[in-house]
Design a protein around this ligand. Structure first.
Ligand code: GLU
Length: 422
């Protein structure tokens, strides 16, 4: 049966973010005055990014930086380079960063940036020129005390290094703390590269403990095999939870005995995709999401699980390593099915948590060893998980609602105490 004839409705992630805010604000019985102050982005910048391509022609790209909140500290959040980037997507991602930083209780507000481009089709030179021009355009908005970018979808430590260099050249002195997720040789933190996957792994362990599911032998399916998805898969594989299915933007693959994840990571590094990996059969992306398993990890983009496919989800736990992979309507369906959801602002908060550690190390010019980073991360993630679980159990709220209630109430408190200027 062909599905190409039916156009799926486009779900606007910013509308989803606002809907989830309202649900949590209602549950908290939040004052209308406070709502008005914390719901919307504080600052939005839209920039034109002209880049000279290798052929000599100039292509103009659209870029954005959105600062959603600085109530609890400087704003913080990644930069996404992807063909589907829109202003509303960046606004949604910035909003989620605010609640995320509050859930793990680190002293940041939320921000996000993005450039609508396809880095997979650009040379290193083009990518560097794009990055430096975009960094120059958002330069007045960023800085270690203002707003601190980091990697997100299709941005890398090398790209962070170029942003750090562009900012520093303009200031006249090196400013390590202006971005996180940098290479180690440039003031990056040990453990930052795998922090999102590791944080996700800790929340999965906590969920298994809560639900009495043994991790050893728990079957895992991972949608998206980028930084977060591949590293979460690798940690679960090491814990003897077989990863039976994985997908990226080119292919979905399956092996009922469990995929050899270290070999799969190497294969993807070598060939650029999961397609053709030996000792696995090809399945459809929909089959992956409907996989009969204990743990499903959507680790790609927004709107992976919608009202169209949520009822087919076969997992007991859905761990949102991506931002916004489950729509509000799908949330309700999963909830009715009794699926245990680890919401994005908790599940993938390991990345920004170690970004915070990186910023602290840069500001202090004193660096920690990897074990120190990982054990601090585990402490933060486990505490945040327990804080959210407590609200989930006491208030009989879904895990999504509970996490939003926790994050939003912390931002509301900071806002109330600071008061309204002038
Ligand atoms: N882009 C990541 C996120 O969505 C990390 C942000 C950061 O480290 O600032 O959480």
């Amino acid at each position: 049966m062909s599905t190409t004839a039916i156009q799926k409705p486009v779900i606007n992630p910013y509308e989803a973010a606002l809907e989830n805010f309202d649900l949590a604000a209602d549950a908290l019985e939040l004052d209308e005055n406070v709502r008005a102050m914390i719901k919307y982005p504080e600052r939005i910048l839209s920039v034109s990014v002209p880049v000279r391509m290798d052929g000599g022609n100039i292509v103009r790209f659209e870029g954005y930086r959105v600062q959603h909140s600085t109530s609890r500290g400087p704003s913080k959040g990644g930069i996404r380079f992807h063909p589907n980037v829109t202003l509303d997507e960046v606004k949604a991602l910035a909003t989620w960063m605010t609640w995320k930083c509050a859930v793990v209780n680190i002293p940041f507000g939320g921000a996000k940036g993005g450039v609508t481009c396809n880095p997979k089709r650009m040379s290193m030179g083009e990518l560097e020129r794009l990055t430096r021009r975009y960094a120059s355009a958002i330069l007045p908005m960023i800085g270690p005390e203002r707003d601190i970018p980091a990697p997100d979808v299709y941005t890398t430590p090398q790209i962070m290094a170029w942003i750090m260099d562009t900012f520093s050249m303009n200031m006249g002195y090196p400013v390590m703390g202006v971005v996180t997720g940098k290479p180690i040789s440039l003031g990056g933190s040990l453990g930052r590269n795998e922090a999102t996957g590791r944080g996700c792994y800790y929340t999965v362990l906590s969920s298994c403990r809560h639900l009495n599911i043994p991790v050893k032998g728990a079957r895992v399916a991972v949608q998206g095999f980028g930084n977060a998805g591949s590293l979460a898969a690798n940690l679960l594989h090491t814990a003897e939870a077989p990863v039976i299915a994985a997908s990226d933007s080119t292919a979905a693959i399956y092996n009922r005995h469990g995929l050899d994840i270290p070999a799969l990571i190497q294969y993807k590094e070598r060939t650029g995709s999961l397609r053709g990996f030996p000792e696995a059969e090809t399945i459809s992306p929909e089959e992956l999401l409907a996989m009969d398993c204990e743990i499903l990890i959507p680790a790609a983009l927004e709107n992976a699980i919608t009202e169209e496919n949520a009822s087919a989800v076969g997992a007991r736990i859905v761990a949102e390593a991506a931002n916004g992979p489950v729509t509000p309507e799908a949330d309700r369906i999963l909830d009715r099915k009794g699926v245990f959801l680890i919401p994005d602002i908790l599940c993938n908060a390991g990345g920004v948590t170690v970004s915070y550690f990186e910023w602290v190390q840069d500001e202090n010019h004193l660096f920690w060893d990897e074990q120190d980073v990982n054990s601090r991360l585990e402490k933060v993630m486990t505490r945040a998980f327990n804080d959210v679980l407590k609200i989930h159990l006491e208030r009989k709220a879904s895990m999504r609602l509970a996490a939003n209630m926790l994050g939003i109430s912390r931002v509301a408190d900071a806002n109330r105490i600071r008061g309204l200027y002038p």
